[in-house]
Design a protein around this ligand. Structure first.
Ligand code: GDD
Ligand code: MN
Length: 414
């Protein structure tokens, strides 16, 4: 999708939610990181304002945003208002402001609806190095932008306006609304701890993010929570937070219904499964399966050819299977990671961890079978199957987190 002039009518279908590189970036080498301090960069910030039936707020929000941004990055920003063809003609009112506000751009989107998708459509036609989002109803104070921008200037990849840090808060929210908001956060921490746990206000709809963190990533937003989407799929390293007080809405109505809560859970689960390393897990499973054959054939040879004792044969064949699994996993399943951790010493360290985790898995396996069979009275074969499944998950997840752990420096090499 190309950059917009000042008014654009967007009609569905509109294609994937992928953020493109800037034309200037295409000129330089892809490694070249976009630098917000360089003056030749015309547009530093592209701030998207999603609107639906906000006729009563358009004037004020554009006026206040212009005031704040002219103070920090005069003429080097664009305000992209994305309206989903509001029945109250919000897009038309915004269009009437174009002459007075040269940094304003208006998108009228037809045939596609939703807060998060509106934001991404706005980012797709933007020209800024930094992308941002703010609500149109003045519940997000425009002046907080100044502190958010300072976070970006200090090097943050993502600067989030938070209600849950110092100087943060909500105006007079009912007890139910507070419980709902915190409950939603807790649910998120259970389903997606690695994403939701990275910020104090994952529900925030007010933040700035470096375009670099999203380039080439296919986003798949559902409902309202665009921040969770960029945290989950973007390559965000450093997060900065700024406290703000979520104001009471003065004009028009909130568009939040029970549907947004359902969409939130849907969004969490979609992200959960798409972030689950399915391909790697399948490879790990295949290697584990091959290990059964190695284990059985070595056991057979030790028993039948070398007449070795039962326990000794069982232990030895399991160990050979663990070694073979390690080699296959190190080369295939986790090849992309192990090749960044070169040298025999590193490999041996990974092998030791793998071995210990698998041995712990063996013990857990016996404990689970005994617990299910002796305590819960589950059929012994079903108990064994459950034990194998849980230990496969245990071996995969713990080895992913420990043996083939991606170090901080490696994650920067994405
Ligand atoms: N284009 C578009 N399409 N905009 C929409 C849509 C839509 O379908 N639905 C809502 N908006 C716009 C509204 O016009 C407003 O500018 C903004 O999105 C937020 O909508 P509200 O309905 O006011 O949401 P809220 O105040 O209850 O919740 C906001 O604050 C929460 C706390 O930070 C949202 O930003 C939430 O995401 C956030 O969690
Ligand atoms: Mn609101």
């Amino acid at each position: 999708m190309s950059c917009i002039d000042s008014y654009l009518l967007l009609s569905a279908p509109l294609g994937d939610f992928v953020i493109q590189e800037l034309p200037t970036q295409r000129l330089g080498s892809s490694e070249e990181k976009l630098d917000i301090s360089c003056s030749h960069q015309e547009i530093k910030l592209s701030l998207v304002i999603p609107t639906f039936n906000e006729a009563g707020n358009v004037f004020k929000i554009i006026e206040l945003l212009t005031e704040s941004l002219e103070r920090i990055i005069p003429k080097q920003y664009e305000l992209i208002l994305v309206d989903d063809d509001s029945p109250d003609q919000t897009w038309e009112i915004a269009q009437s402001l174009l002459a007075e506000y040269p940094m304003l751009k208006v998108i009228r989107r037809v045939g596609e609806k939703g807060l998060s998708t509106a934001v991404i459509r706005g980012w797709q036609v933007s020209q800024g190095v930094i992308l941002g989002v703010i609500d149109a109803d003045l519940q997000h104070p425009p002046e907080t932008l100044i502190a958010l921008w300072q976070q970006i200037e200090r090097g943050a990849d993502l600067a989030v306006a938070s209600r849950h840090v110092e100087e943060g808060g909500v105006s007079d929210w009912s007890f139910t609304r507070r419980i709902l908001s915190r409950g939603a956060q807790l649910l998120g921490l259970i389903i997606l701890p690695g994403v939701i746990g990275r910020v104090s206000d994952p529900m925030s709809g007010y933040f700035l993010i470096r375009r670099d963190c999203l380039i080439g990533k296919t986003l798949n937003p559902v409902g309202y929570k665009i921040l969770i989407e960029v945290l989950g799929r973007g390559s965000v390293r450093w997060v900065g937070e700024v406290g703000y007080v979520f104001q009471e809405r003065q004009e028009e109505e909130s568009k939040v219904t029970w549907r947004q809560y359902v969409e939130y859970v849907q969004h969490l689960l979609t992200l959960r499964f798409s972030l689950w390393p399915v391909r790697r897990f399948l490879r790990f499973g295949a290697v584990g399966f091959s290990g059964v054959f190695v284990d059985m054939s070595i056991f057979y040879v030790l028993r039948e050819t070398l007449q070795m004792g039962l326990t000794r044969s069982a232990v030895l064949s399991s160990e050979v299977a663990i070694v073979s699994n390690f080699i296959l996993n190190d080369i295939w399943t986790f090849g992309d990671i192990s090749k960044k951790q070169k040298g025999a010493k590193q490999r041996f360290k990974r092998f030791l961890k793998f071995n210990l985790i698998c041995l712990a898995g063996l013990i857990l396996n016996v404990l689970i079978v005994n617990f299910l069979f002796n305590i819960l009275g589950v059929n012994e074969y079903l108990a064994k199957l459950i034990a194998i499944a849980s230990i496969t998950l245990w071996n995969f997840w713990v080895n992913l987190k420990l043996s083939w752990r991606v170090t901080a420096t490696q994650s920067n090499e994405k």
